[in-house]
Design a protein around this ligand. Structure first.
Ligand code: MG
Ligand code: NI
Length: 474
């Protein structure tokens, strides 16, 4: 008899979501839906605001990745102003972006996912948290906490506030850097290196224990989108977009934010408020693609910093062509952190970073503008239209988690088919279904633009609508 299993809440994710599994008459999982249940409506309530208020407003979409929204928004505003920001402002902003990437990745890897990796997918849920990690492997736990603090502290030093820094504005940044802050940032670098080295070495030692998860966690051929620099290396802030297929063939290259809509559309599904972006020539869902740490390493030829270059080379040995298993998002996330530390060291070692010319000014010179940046979890696009006075008429945001939406759903189905047995909701199975979503580090507060928290539950439902089994968490 066919039935429906709903996993609700998805624990240890940023924000909230719900998973529904439908089984067929043979009792096998045949369909999976990752559902996001609230809408925040930032695109709507920006209407009528002056465009230059957008970065500050958009940063409030998310407490996890405010810097990404600040940057994509500021860049969309700069397209409207038709200005190029001063080089030192660009460097400062790209360093801020890497600081956020480091803190967000540290949260994802150490706080949310390392409990599964260290204690096992079947460990007691009461121990599967950062405290459990600190208890079992204090060095690893402390490294994670310290890396998160490293990123947060740089954001604080640059942006004044840890959350929603208002320092980034259309045209650049509000204030130049002083040498005391520069020195404080550089002094933190050696410890950050030691911590990420420890984490990478640890991850490489334990990764083989998760062969089965690596094979089933959203492991399928598909396209990847991300930003690359002019030399095709890693780039998070000021590069152009590249889309590759599962064989590594470049489908689109050197794409500017303004051209995004020419190549990508957004599909809607009745079960989710999150949109499903896709590459138009392949249609939906065939044109679905992944973004984020795994995508970035697959599309870039190298990192562009010495230590991360070595790691990227080794990472690329994992597969002949792009690495297709989403379990490797974890590995890629750690490489992003290493790259970020090297990048920050390089930026703040450059004497021009103290240059005081950090802001360009202009009014409305175009009625439309788009900006793109790599958020920790992938490509983020802001697209605005304004009137002659610079009042916002329309906004569209294409967020990273939405672009991974289809892949997350495929991953949930694949994982459930592997680990859900019969009509009982065993915890190890639930945790794996959740874990596959955690590999993508979805930012649900971003993707649904949702306010507040929501209680959720797990349901197993028969075709006649009767509930066979329920688990509640959170
Ligand atoms: Mg949108
Ligand atoms: Ni977010």
């Amino acid at each position: 008899m066919s039935q429906t299993i709903t996993i609700d809440p998805v624990t240890r994710l940023e924000g909230h979501g719900k998973i529904t599994l439908k089984t067929n008459d043979q009792g096998e999982v045949s369909e999976a839906y990752f559902t996001v249940t609230q809408v925040r409506g930032f695109e709507k309530f920006s209407q009528g605001r002056p465009f230059y208020e957008m970065p500050g407003l958009m940063a409030r979409i998310c407490g996890i990745c405010p810097v990404s929204h600040l940057l994509a928004s500021a860049k969309a505003c700069e397209a409207i102003m038709s200005v190029t920001i001063p080089p030192t402002a660009a460097k400062l902003r790209s360093a801020l972006n890497m600081a956020q990437t480091i803190q967000s990745h540290a949260l994802s890897f150490f706080y949310l996912s390392s409990p599964d990796l260290l204690l096992g997918m079947d460990a007691d849920p009461a121990d599967r948290n950062i405290f459990g990690v600190v208890k079992v492997d204090p060095e690893l736990g402390r490294a994670g906490v310290a890396l998160r603090r490293f990123g947060q502290h740089i954001i604080e030093l640059l942006g004044k506030k840890r959350i929603h820094p208002g320092w980034v504005v259309p045209g650049g940044v509000t204030e130049p850097l002083d040498s005391a802050k520069r020195d404080e940032i550089l002094a933190m670098i050696p410890e950050a290196y030691a911590n990420i080295r420890l984490a990478l070495n640890w991850y490489k030692r334990i990764a083989d224990r998760f062969r089965d998860e690596a094979d089933h966690f959203a492991n399928f051929p598909g396209a990847f989108l991300g930003m690359v620099g002019e030399d095709n290396g890693l780039e998070f802030t000021d590069g152009k977009l590249r889309l590759i297929d599962a064989t590594g063939k470049i489908l689109v290259d050197k794409l500017e934010a303004a051209q995004f809509d020419d190549h990508f559309g957004e599909a809607v599904e009745p079960y989710s408020y999150m949109k499903f972006p896709y590459y138009k020539p392949l249609g939906y869902p065939d044109g679905s693609y992944r973004v984020g740490p795994l995508a970035r390493l697959n599309i870039a030829t190298h990192a562009g910093t010495p230590l991360a270059d070595i790691e990227v080379k080794e990472f690329k040995q994992l597969a002949n062509g792009p690495v297709l298993g989403s379990f490797y998002f974890h590995h890629a996330r750690l490489i992003d952190i290493l790259y970020g530390i090297e990048f920050i060291e390089r930026i703040f070692s450059d004497p021009t970073i103290l240059d005081t010319h950090v802001r360009a000014t202009a009014g409305v010179n175009r009625l439309e503008g788009s900006g793109v940046a790599e958020a920790p979890r992938g490509t983020l696009m802001h697209h605005y239209k304004v009137d002659e006075n610079g009042q916002m008429l329309w906004a569209n945001l294409v967020i990273a988690t939405g672009q991974n939406n289809n892949a997350m759903n495929r991953g949930v189905l694949q994982t459930a088919q592997r680990y859900v047995k019969g009509d009982k909701l065993a915890d190890g199975m639930l945790n794996r279904v959740e874990a596959v979503i955690r590999t993508f580090d979805p930012c649900l507060s971003c993707s649904t633009h949702a306010f507040g928290q929501m209680p959720l539950e797990i349901k197993l439902v028969a075709p006649d609508g009767s509930t066979l089994d329920t688990i509640r968490r959170g």
